[in-house]
Design a protein around this ligand. Sequence first.
Ligand code: AGP
Length: 610
Amino acid sequence: MCGIVGAVAQRDVADILVEGLKRLEYRGYDSAGVAIIDNENQLNRARRLGKVQELADALQAKPIAGGTGIAHTRWATHGAPSEINAHPHMSSETIAVVHNGIIENHEQLRSQLQDLGYHFSSETDTEVIAHLVHHELKSAKSLLAAVQATVKQLEGAYGTVVVDTRDKDRVVVARSGSPLVIGYGVGENFIASDILALLPVTRKFSFLEEGDVAEITRFEVNVFDIDGKPAVREAKESEVCHDVGDKGEYRHYMLKETYEQPTAIRNTLEGRLQGNMLDNQTFGAGADAIFQEIEHVQIIACGTSYHSGMVARYWLEALAGVSCNIEIASEFRYRQSHVPKNALLVTISQSGETADTLAALRLAKEIGYRASLTICNVAGSSLVRESDLAFMTKAGAEIGVASTKAFTTQLVGLLMMTLAIGQHHGMSVEKQNDIAQSLMTLPNKLEEVLALAGSIEELAEDFADKHHALFLGRGDQYPIAMEGALKLKEISYIHAEAYAAGELKHGPLALIDAEMPVIVVAPKNDLIEKLKSNVEEVRARGGLMYVFADASANFSSDDTMKVINVPVCDDLIAPIVYTLPLQLLSYYVAIIKGTDVDQPRNLAKSVTVE
Ligand code: AGP
């Protein structure tokens, strides 16, 4: 959730660290800090409450020199957002530590350390790491050994980076549950929680694995595995471009990423579909044998990714004839579930690091799932590394906390997965052709949808004074209504709920009045007449509706209803097409409300803690 950057170099690293933090700010943004060892072997620390820019301004006013440093942008878990709780945390002016994750036994460790005479200056769980390393160094022969001894005492999740003024050209890092990536430079090396932070300084990276501890100097990287044995973590060139952190002509990343969807989907399709045939590398080696054998699919995800999985359930059962369940990762991981015979576990995640989803995958492996597949946007992420099969969405880096292009490319991946599984389960050639052709029309269709932005912006005005909103959909548009509601609440802070429209009369109708806008997702499909009945139920109770429908659905605007005409599209891709107007609606409502669109309050992009 937080962001980490570290560097060991000959040059001053403050600017590199701050630029890295700016690129990671979407992960956590309540406070930020750096600690740098200068040429006199002194640790100099600067921390600020608020955005990274506050820290950058402080460093501009009072620069800190030095070639070894660590930096952090925080999303508070233990201890309120404040300067004293901001990382790095220090022990005795010699040790400085940054940490992502949660140390679950911090209270017990804190009391042990207090008994040993350590004084705590923050409310964080992280500070125990700094004092523990300091304590271990009294007997350990090196910083590496002290960190190895420290992590053995930690319970919970951590990605942590430690520096010591008495060993100034070295950083020691440890990973368990929170990702860390090493960046290789020339005569300088780096560490970060995400490659995005380091793209201005290197393109060569290796990922640490669970339980790894590593020491990094300017010329050397030594990695030790969970058993303390030397380990090789292969370094690879990244294909991600350097300017991914750039908003370009757009006011917000979210808007840029919304407009990038036609391209992101073209990239996700490219080279994978030839006619109705999928390239056999699309889901990785061995996919055909697994797809042939499976009799059931269990999908696991969180948030927006969960909504894409909900759509996939409609597709898999209707088109591929394979039974499918979907569950939120944080529920699945803590209940005893029945494992169907020959079941494929599918995780869906933009980041590939979501703690609950990762824990659910690990559990599924233990309880007997036949195989695992992840639909993911980040190469080298934990979910990709730990799953048997992976489908990489090619959305490109998504910086806005509100997921847009990651969601629609996930849906593309899931429809391709439906095609691939269906090919092994008797799907007709005609149906295969329909899916393939619909997918190929998608990027152009989305360009048409984006042309609606002006009219949606006007519509957004109606929401400026609203406190609640209800989203309705049926069938595979029900999850799209849920995603629309999540987007609206996430970035505009308007309370929004989604219902399967058939559920209205079972409770939510009681909420309907002129103050409760009702957004209806209504493409012309087999359920349109049923949906129209639900629309009438709302109209009869004085509700004000905003209906997204194609012209053939025959809705017309009047006193009770504003109709936004969405281009006609094939039913198969309608969930993807109807997502974009809802993204644009949330965006423009948030603009009117004046919220922080890209970094909404209390949220973080990558949820690496429970
Ligand atoms: C999306 O707008 C949200 N910010 C959030 O629900 C997100 O989808 C969820 O945290 C899951 O993340 P993941 O896809 O990286 O696993």
